[in-house]
Design a protein around this ligand. Sequence first.
Ligand code: ZN
Length: 135
Amino acid sequence: MPLKGHNQTEEHKRKISDGLKKAYRLGLRKVRILTKAGLEKVISAARLQVGEKHGMWKGDKVGYVALHRWLRRHYGKPDRCEKIGCKYPRMGDKKRLMIKPKRYEWANVSGRYLRERANWMQMCTSCHKIYDLNR
Ligand SMILES: [Zn+2]
């Protein structure tokens, strides 16, 4: 039972995500989804757009984790920094010299949290932080 419930939730999430993507492609502003309780709900398709670019990170922790898991699975583990001008050693925050990047992450560069490679770039944690602060 717990496993079945889990799968249903995953399936449900996927359906909503597919629906939103479709709405986005069609340029719809509102989209109807079916909630877990089986009720129809109208939500804003703008959730996927730049206007609320940080909304996802703050409001949808589950979506964030799932998306990053997906990125890793499909594009692999980031192993370099694609940011132009990325140089080491460099001064990190806390005024500590960083000899080399701690790790690499998938950074969103389009403001559209879609599962398309063009929306993502590999960055070291440091470049990622700077990038997110400046956009
Ligand atoms: Zn970097």
